[in-house]
Design a protein around this ligand. Structure first.
Ligand SMILES: [Mg+2]
Length: 258
């Protein structure tokens, strides 16, 4: 199903060809039943790493999907979750484990995503993939999918390696709570500010914060709604210009909006 809100804005921005794409990775570029990029490594390693991760997931994931919590409280908890997740992974991961993980991970591009990324590449439209997940996994995955093009910038959390051992600055982790426009490199922000349109894609309402208020008037925000649909539809409709529910593909966007 698709829902069009803000019809006037949609019509106005529809045919503008000078634009930048800002897109979330987990469950936006990938299908909603894919693992999250953070989840792939514990799933691959199993054992103690997976046990620790599962315990955290079961506690924090319902909080992530709960829109009744106060914003401050939720942000605090999401930051806490991210810090714990990344600390656990850093204890076990190596560069080679990350490479191996992606080969068998339950990560699948959403229908039409490959075509979408290819079209963006062909038209040389800048694409910012912004993710509170693991940048190393995203990069390796897109490479394997032959969809990592030179017009793509991945703004995410990247593990570095020292003698094959992973490490990351936990203080600087980007979580759902601080995944914001100002994290995009300055040069790309200038490009966004100069362009006439932004196409933004996300699967949770917080993804809207990948753009700032000043650019909202020229941003076409598209939300994929695959969880708690009945309960969340109203809120998604209030926040996104276009809402696509039930495992929608990118096809409609490719056909009508780019
Ligand atoms: Mg997501």
């Amino acid at each position: 199903m698709e829902y069009y809100n803000n019809k006037e804005k949609i019509e106005k921005l529809k045919n503008i060809k000078d634009y930048v794409v800002i897109i979330d990775f987990d469950k936006t570029l990938t299908t909603s039943d894919s693992d999250s990029s953070v989840g792939t490594i514990p799933n691959f390693l199993g054992g103690e790493c997976l046990e620790r991760r599962t315990k955290n997931f079961q506690y924090y994931r319902p909080i992530e999907l709960d829109y009744n919590l106060s914003k401050e409280n939720k942000q605090k908890l999401m930051k806490e979750w991210a810090e714990k997740s990344f600390s656990i992974i850093a204890e076990y991961a190596t560069e080679s484990i990350i490479k191996e993980t992606v080969k068998t991970a339950n990560l699948n591009l959403r229908e039409g995503a490959r075509e979408f990324l290819y079209k963006m590449h062909k038209d040389q439209i800048p694409v910012v993939i912004m993710s509170a997940g693991v940048g190393n996994i995203i990069k390796e995955f897109l490479q394997n999918e032959q969809s990592l093009y030179n017009n793509i910038t991945i703004v995410s959390n990247f593990f570095k390696f020292n003698n094959n051992k992973a490490y990351i600055d936990i203080e600087k982790i980007m979580a759902t709570s601080n995944k914001e426009y100002n994290r995009i490199p300055k040069e790309l922000r200038s490009k966004i500010e100069e362009s006439s349109k932004v196409l933004l894609f996300g699967d949770i309402v917080e993804d809207i914060r990948m753009i700032n208020k000043e650019q909202l008037h020229k941003t076409l925000a598209i939300g994929f709604l695959d969880y708690n649909i009945d309960e969340n539809l109203k809120m998604y409709n209030e926040n996104f210009d276009i809402v696509l529910s039930n495992e929608s593909s990118f096809e409609l966007i490719i056909k009508n909006f780019i």
